[in-house]
Design a binder for this molecule. Structure first.
Ligand code: RRO
Length: 291
């Protein structure tokens, strides 16, 4: 099942969705077994911002019958400490590392991209222009012109693959995807989470500390298929499809819709080794299918 994605050799087409797997924490629990049976063919980091962030007030999670609403709000140690402390550890993983970044202005994104361009440990950069959980999170990713302007500024700053993570909370995801391709994106990933909300049945108040959050899991699978399909019709660059993948069949469906790679997210919270099982199931299904 080996694949080449933006010039990066991968053992199979399953990776993780940003922010859904922490290999540094997992190593504390699973020790050396983690590297021996690493579930993903590439590792995508949780979003890194220029400055450290505390994240959103709790509660940050609400479980749904078909998934999860998260309102994490990008807690992270900031670029400087990520580069000094985390990236060297992530580079020990047996797979290529893609660093997911988000900036609150074009200048911030440019600074993040420049810093990562200098680091050999980063095989690629994923631009998060689709976080539903910070006020300005969607500004650059929901509008084709804004996204084109961002990429025109940052594309010349690195020769590394630049993957743009798209939001499903846009009026016309295919138009946004096309703008990204035209401005030099190497690949696209989608979908990020759909904005959602839950109420505390006892207090009648919004449950999440930040009122709304992002819905993921099986509940969004059909939305992901439709959006990956729409984007695949519009662009020629590779696509990482994600949204509610629990089984090999779900991964195969995303590939049928046009995905080159498939990311596992929410399912890894239930079973951190889920991607290994899904990859084995996909291998069997691909052997039988025309893809
Ligand atoms: O940290 C988050 O709250 C978060 C991010 Br950055 C994102 O891109 N998508 C999401 O559902 N949550």
């Amino acid at each position: 099942m080996s694949v080449t994605f933006c010039g990066i050799e991968l053992a199979h087409p399953l990776i993780n969705g940003s922010g859904t797997f922490d290999p540094i924490a997992a190593e504390r629990v699973f020790g050396g077994e983690l590297a021996e049976r690493f579930p993903f063919a590439a590792f995508v980091s949780k979003t890194v911002t220029l400055d450290p962030r505390q994240g959103n007030p709790p509660p940050r999670l609400w479980e749904l019958p078909g998934g999860l609403i998260n309102s994490i709000g990008l807690p992270n140690k900031g670029l400087r400490r990520f580069l000094g402390e985390d990236l060297p550890r992530l580079a020990q993983l047996p797979v290529p590392v893609i660093v997911n970044v988000m900036g609150f202005s074009r200048e911030e994104v440019a600074e993040l991209v420049c810093a990562l361009d200098e680091r050999d440990e980063a095989a690629g950069i994923e631009l998060n222009v689709s976080c539903p959980n910070v006020e300005t999170g969607l500004v650059m990713g929901a509008d084709p012109w804004e996204l084109g302007a961002l990429l025109n500024q940052v594309r010349p700053l690195t020769g590394k693959p630049l993957i743009v993570k798209l939001t499903p909370n846009a009026t016309d995801v295919a138009a946004v995807a096309l703008a990204a391709q035209e401005a030099g994106a190497s690949a696209l990933s989608l979908i990020n989470t759909l904005r959602g909300m839950a109420f505390d049945p006892r207090s009648g108040q919004p449950w999440l500390g930040a009122t709304t959050g992002g819905v993921s899991g099986p509940a969004v699978r059909a939305v992901a298929l439709a959006q990956v399909h729409a984007v695949a019709q519009a662009v020629e660059i590779p696509i990482i499809g994600m949204g509610g993948v629990q089984r090999g069949e779900d991964a195969l469906d995303l590939m049928r819709a046009g995905a080159d790679l498939v990311a596992v997210g929410t399912e890894s919270f239930r079973d951190p080794a889920a991607a290994l099982r899904i990859a084995a199931e996909l291998d069997q299904l691909l052997a039988k299918s025309a893809i």
